[in-house]
Design a protein around this ligand. Sequence first.
Ligand SMILES: [Zn+2]
Length: 229
Amino acid sequence: MTPEEARALAVRAHRALAAAGQSDLVWGHAAVRDPGGRGVWTKAPGWGFAEVDDDRTQLVSFDAEVLEGEGAPHKECHIHLEILRRNPALHASVHTHAQAAVAFAALGTPLLPISHEGALFGGADVPRFTLTGRLVRTPALGAALAETLGDAPAALLPKHGLVAAGATVQAAVMHAVLLDRACQVQLAAMAAGPVRVWSDAAEAAAKRTECWPPAQLDAGFDHLARKDV
Ligand SMILES: [Zn+2]
């Protein structure tokens, strides 16, 4: 992959997140690892997901310096820098303020595999970053968040939003999309009454493999990315 391709993927990632309904005005961002190891390609501050194009991107170094593009980096760039610094196998990360994720996290209840999306975690609960509900604006907070995420596809930030990561851009974006949708489904079920039916651990683990192999994540991402937002 060339740097130009990484930047193009970063643009598509933001547009896919917009199509998935995860925009929060001009806040939140995705990041794609620079193939040359210089840092991450992400969006410039001041733009919504749907507004991102090549000229509204930045290459931000692992020391949070803007190497290409205009202006300062997003305050919460440390989320991506530390997640991608911690695990070289990850290629991309996402941070949004998806409303269903925030609402669900406020309930303090386990995320259950009651849908295909909910099986993303294979029957385990979603990790939660509880150190702070404030902005993740320092390397130390970013590193702590990266530890909380660990090897999981995504994590909730109670009082704030979500993070997701993946070995591909497609996977990182889809992990964010699936977590948000899993939260939406469980919120709807809980609003209607007690939740009584969900996959046991064996079924959830099987569904994780069956429903969410890389080809499925790619297909979902491509669908979102080609929507006109
Ligand atoms: Zn945030």
